[in-house]
Write a protein that binds this ligand. Sequence first.
Ligand code: PEP
Length: 256
Amino acid sequence: MRTPLMAGNWKMNKTAGQAVHLVQDLAELIKGVKDVEVVVCPPFTALKSISTVIELDRLAIKLGAQDMYWEEKGAFTGEISPIMLKDLRVDYVIVGHSERRQYFGETDETVNKKVRSALDHELIPIVCVGETLEEREREETNIVVEKQIAGGLAGLDPFEVEKLVIAYEPIWAIGTGATATPEVANDVIRHIRAIIGSQFTPPVAKRIRILYGGSVTPENIDDLMDEPDIDGVLVGGASLDAEKFARIVRFGEHQA
Ligand code: PEP
């Protein structure tokens, strides 16, 4: 019922030329994969070239941005607007990644403005939530994600919420090699689904896609995708290697 979504966050890696090679290699390796949505999120500087390749070569890959500003235009030096992303045929946008929260002052309030604006411009937000190691050790994971979801999705209608994607990314698992066990990841994701059910409606909770992210590799993807509440993954490091990301994508097909 929920189409698996396998998304690659390339972070601040790859020039435009390198990015084109990566997406072409990936497309070749995942040829014939069905019933899985594959999204790549390159840096802003590579969006135009990748968008062109996707269109010309008719690749079965969708394009995502790693962030955006909520205003359409104006005096916001250095920012990128939803209109600019739509112009490049971007479909998805990551919002509230923990690195944006940690290094660039992203808050639940700014996440909420970005989510609102993305939906208004028919971009699908991938909203990231997750706890620090200290919060996990204090057993505050559920409280932390509840607060991030309440703040980040405030004011949305249920029909809007079911369109977006949530990525549960425990901060201690990002780029560290310390993946959450499939059971731990599924427990938190099940809890997130319950929060969506009570904050919005139970049918929305059933339909919304919730991803896991944090040191996903071809070696651990099988067990993660076996979990009933995990609808896909947001992959950092391993998505920079076409062969590894292709192997990860193929496990989405198993789940479909
Ligand atoms: C991420 O940054 O979204 C991420 C999950 O990174 P990694 O896969 O490298 O842990």
